[in-house]
Design a protein around this ligand. Structure first.
Ligand code: FAD
Length: 509
């Protein structure tokens, strides 16, 4: 370590990267470092708090880096001073990966947020601080293209893409990382702190680790490049999926009733099993079944789809009818894609009214078993004041066309994601809310030690309980639950690119 090491890193980084824009960034870092905010600065409190108010960081400094070179400088300074680093882009991590009290330097990438087209790479670039809303807006307005990313416009590209990324168009176009052409990462390897570019052709292992290995593990991503594999030509409008003109959204609401809930839950699973193969005529539909406790009085399904998909109205009607219980209320509306993806709307938990929450998750490769359906029903019918529930989110389709080892997302056969949540406002309600969601989840997976041993989970929905022997009694390590057979390779990548474990967190590789 020491000065020499970090300075060598800056210079090596400039040479390794080679692109004009990035050289300019590196040069800037030598002249001026990132903006540094310390305790006592009125900006500090706002920067050490992220989306989940359960976690408030206490770093000695927040480094607001606005260029690759400034990231190199921030990492070099932290390494030299022996300060533990945390890296944040959009701040939407469910767990305490970036506000951990052990982190002494928080590198905040929110200023590094450009989105555009890079003709040299023939790919769109997205900097980590760009929110998904910014990405959709810029790609859509500029070129009429989009990416199959998440539905929440405030999520940051930085963490979202490294963890895999999926959303309303994924059943049709795959995960976001299926379109990842290259990534620029500031690493702290044996050659020093430096920016390196990784793609299928160059530093392939580091590129692969960023196709679902999860953020905060290998270095600081300073740029992603996106292009659909096999897309040819130089016309940017043909290099990523076209953005839909408009999305059709259908909302179906049922009155909470024992039989209705279990029947809809079972039939939803059957529908997902039958309609989630790659290329399925229904792969254009993105359904989310949202089940809440009985006291709320109702449960609902939303289906989103490209409004111009042939026969879309009929496809949506068949899905709702196939659930076997007449909804009490249905509503359909069409809205421009740009509107759906950039306006947060009302009622999106965690964003419009940021609060405290705990989220646990699992993939599903098939429908829930009858015993699991009975457990879900039992938990939801109990009297509770908790604002929580379970969502079953449509997955599969084109996601399943990719081999489990081709990217770091191992669960390519999954057809749904299950998200168990509770949301609250006051610290005094922490214990009750945490207990509710933890017990719910443990009981659904009671036959496999309280965790989804067969299906695993999604690293962008991290849950530290999977590493806790109190909540995971399966004997299967959390690493296997998240990464399955891809974990050994991720370890190798880690050993090569971050041998000192500069980048880590509670579920670090
Ligand atoms: C309201 C809400 C809605 C969501 N919806 C979806 C959805 O529809 N689809 C979906 O797939 N996911 C969704 N997610 C999950 C989301 O993808 C993850 O939380 C994601 O990791 C957030 O990225 P971030 O940059 O906002 O978060 P951060 O908290 O900044 O980062 C998350 C992790 O990535 C690391 N990281 C961040 N930036 C970098 C970087 N530049 N380089 C290296 N590591 C970095 C952090 O250290 C941390 O470990 C949602 C989350 C929330 C809170």
């Amino acid at each position: 370590m020491g000065n020499e090491w970090s300075r060598r890193g800056v210079l090596a980084g400039a040479a390794a990267v080679g692109a004009t824009i990035i050289l300019a960034g590196a040069a800037e870092a030598v002249e001026s470092g990132p903006l540094t905010i310390r305790r006592g600065d009125p900006r500090y409190d706002g920067l050490v708090r992220a989306n989940n108010f359960r976690f408030v960081g206490n770093p000695d400094e927040v480094r607001l880096a606005g260029s690759t070179g400034q990231v190199v400088r921030a990492v070099s300074d932290a390494v030299r001073a022996g300060r533990r680093v945390a890296v944040r882009s959009g701040g939407h991590c469910f767990e305490n990966f970036t506000a951990d009290p052990a982190a002494r330097t928080l590198i905040d990438l929110s200023r590094l947020d450009a989105v555009g087209f890079d003709p040299v790479r023939r790919a769109f670039f997205v900097e980590p601080g760009a929110t998904l809303g910014q990405v959709y807006k810029t790609l859509g307005r500029g070129w009429g293209v989009t990416i199959p990313a998440g539905g929440c416009p405030e999520v940051g590209a930085g963490g979202h893409i490294a963890g895999g990324g999926y959303g309303p168009l994924s059943r049709r176009y795959g995960a976001v990382v299926d379109h990842l052409e290259a990534v620029e990462v500031v690493v702290a390897d044996r050659a020093g702190v430096r920016a390196v570019v990784a793609s299928r052709e160059q530093n392939e292992d580091l590129w692969w680790a960023h196709t679902g290995g999860g953020g905060g593990n290998f270095g600081v991503v300073t740029r992603y490049w996106l292009r659909t594999p096999g897309a040819d030509g130089t016309d940017p409008a043909r290099l990523l999926p076209p953005q839909p003109r408009a999305m059709l959204t259908c909302l179906a609401v049922w009155t909470w009733d024992d039989q209705a809930l279990t029947r809809v839950l079972r039939n939803f699973g059957t529908w997902m099993e039958r309609n989630s193969a790659p290329g399925s005529p229904n792969a254009g539909l993105y359904p989310i079944l949202d089940l809440k406790p009985r006291g709320t009085g109702s449960f609902e399904l939303t289906v989103q789809a490209d409004a111009d998909l042939p026969g879309v109205d009929r496809l949506v009607t068949d899905l709702v009818t196939g659930l076997g219980v007449e909804p009490a209320y249905t509503y359909r509306y069409e809205a421009p894609w740009s509107h759906v993806t950039t306006w947060p709307g009302l009622g999106q938990p965690g964003d419009v009214a940021t609060r405290r929450y705990k989220i646990k998750a699992a993939y599903l490769h098939r429908s829930f078993s009858p015993a699991q359906v009975a457990t879900i029903h039992r938990h939801l019918r109990e009297e509770t004041t908790v604002q929580g529930g379970i969502q079953l989110i449509g997955y599969g389709g084109q996601v399943g066309a990719v081999a489990p080892e081709a990217t770091a997302i191992a669960q390519r056969g999954a057809i749904m994601k299950a998200v168990y949540s509770s949301l609250w406002l006051e610290p005094s309600d922490d214990a009750a809310n945490l207990a509710w969601v933890r017990e719910f989840y443990r009981d659904v997976y009671s036959s496999t030690g309280g965790v989804p041993v067969d299906d695993g989970s999604y690293i962008n929905y991290p849950d530290v309980d999977l590493a806790d022997p109190v909540w995971n009694t399966s004997g299967v390590p959390w690493q296997t639950l998240y990464y399955q057979g891809n974990y050994p390779r991720l370890r190798q990548v880690k050993a090569r690119w971050d041998p000192r474990n500069v980048f880590t967190h509670a579920l670090g590789i």
